[in-house]
Design a protein around this ligand. Structure first.
Ligand code: ADP
Length: 400
């Protein structure tokens, strides 16, 4: 029995050594496992962080894109409620900041847009549909709408894109109006010329009093046609930017004197006195030929529409910086303030019959404005009914 004790003791010692080793190994494994779990958690946290940063960046890019778009964009959810509108859309419809969650009809109060939304909800298509909305600041819109996935397994929402056509329509109307005006302006002198020719052919030719009268009428209306075509060509050159200005120092006083000489006959015809009050030393840096055209138009108008037996003066002064201000003043009947804003429009006349009678084309002031602007200047009118009219324009000053 005694000989068994050492064996049992050794076995006992071995047992406890194995238990210790097993406990230690388990601890090491648990710790390794814990470390691996912590590392995985850290990794997934970092991944989530990177995903959120990427989402934030994509969101910021989307927002910058929407904010910079000229088109109005509206996104609806599958209930037809607004999820998002961009600033252009807000501006087009004058929307407040908080339209999220409202229906299109609640937010815009426009049945025409609501009908389009319903059409797309029923599976229809809306592409380049033109809307005429007279109550809005920008009344001509083009809209396209399409169903889009609203995410999270929801039924599709809808994207509406509004394009502002107002300016384009205005330009189109201006063009149509211009063509109609030109046709009318060409047709009336032609009809008058034709009438005169027919009258002459019908026998007036042999009449010593009527013959020359009809020939003078033909000449007058042919001249009117020639002025009109010349003015139209000038305007089309100005519109196309084909006008090459040859800027050079020009003595303003002597240029005004030349124009006054050219207009001495019509001024004498209405007994109008012309006064050149431009200081002799004043130099402008302009295209002399074009500036003559500006002054000739303004002086011709002042003689035609001013007071018979009255006075027309031209003056100029340095206007600060490197600019000169020039004016043409008459003591005629003046221009009502409502008409002043429209004077520089093509074919605008206060008194159409009088303008035509005087050989006017209705394009003179439009040409003046173009030429002055091509020199970097501005033109304006000051007038009071019964107290005369003054046209002012600025041009670059010449070297001192
Ligand atoms: P028009 O060929 O008819 O003279 P303009 O463009 O030169 O065309 O002028 C437009 C209109 O402005 C004229 O028809 C006239 O009614 C008005 N107007 C221009 N200058 C004067 C002025 N000095 N006094 C009064 N009315 C003027």
């Amino acid at each position: 029995m005694d000989s068994l004790w050492p064996t049992l003791a050794a076995l006992g010692w071995l047992g406890s050594a194995w238990a210790g080793w097993w406990w230690w190994r388990q601890r090491v494994r648990r710790r390794a496992l814990e470390d691996a779990v912590a590392a995985a958690r850290e990794e997934s946290r970092a991944l989530r962080f990177r995903q959120q940063a990427a989402e934030r960046e994509a969101e910021a890019q989307r927002e910058a894109l929407l904010n910079s778009m000229g088109e109005g964009v509206m996104l609806l959810d599958h209930h037809g409620r607004i999820r998002l509108v961009n600033p252009a859309c807000r501006q087009l419809f004058g929307l407040p900041d908080d339209v999220r969650g409202r229906t299109v009809l609640e937010a815009l109060r426009l049945h025409q847009v609501q009908e389009l939304v319903e059409r797309v909800q029923k599976g229809g298509q809306v592409s380049g549909h033109e809307l005429d909305l007279p109550g809005l600041d920008r009344p001509c819109l083009q809209v396209s709408a399409a169903a889009v996935g609203s995410g999270e397994g929801q039924p599709p929402g809808m994207l509406l894109v509004f394009h502002d056509l107002t300016r384009l329509k205005q330009l189109e109307n201006t063009r149509k109006e211009f063509v109609a005006n030109v046709s009318h302006e060409l047709r009336s002198p032609l009809a008058l010329i034709k009438g005169c020719v027919e009258t002459l052919q019908d026998g007036a030719q042999a009449d010593p009093a009527a013959g020359p009268r009809f020939l003078r009428m033909i000449e007058k209306h042919a001249d009117r046609l020639a002025y009109l075509i010349e003015d139209l060509l000038t305007l089309s050159q100005l519109d196309a930017g084909q006008l090459r200005l040859r800027l050079e120092p020009v003595g303003l006083g002597s240029l005004v004197a030349r124009v006054m000489d050219d207009l001495a006959a019509p001024a004498a015809g209405r007994n109008v006195r012309l006064r050149n009050e431009v200081p002799a030393a004043l130099l402008a840096r302009v295209d002399g030929e074009r500036l003559e055209q500006v002054l000739a138009n303004l002086l011709d108008n002042a003689i035609k529409y001013g007071r018979a037996g009255g006075e027309v003066s031209v003056g100029a002064r340095p206007a600060g910086g490197e600019t000169l201000e020039v004016w043409v003043r008459d003591d005629g009947p003046g221009i009502p303030s409502a008409a002043q804003a429209r004077l520089f429009e093509r074919f605008y006349r206060l008194d159409k019959a009088r303008s035509r009678e005087q050989g006017g084309t209705g394009l003179g002031l439009a040409i003046v404005k173009h030429i002055v602007q091509a020199h970097g200047g501005e033109v304006r009118v000051e007038s009071e009914p019964g107290r005369g009219t003054a046209f002012f324009f600025t041009v670059p000053a010449g070297p001192c």
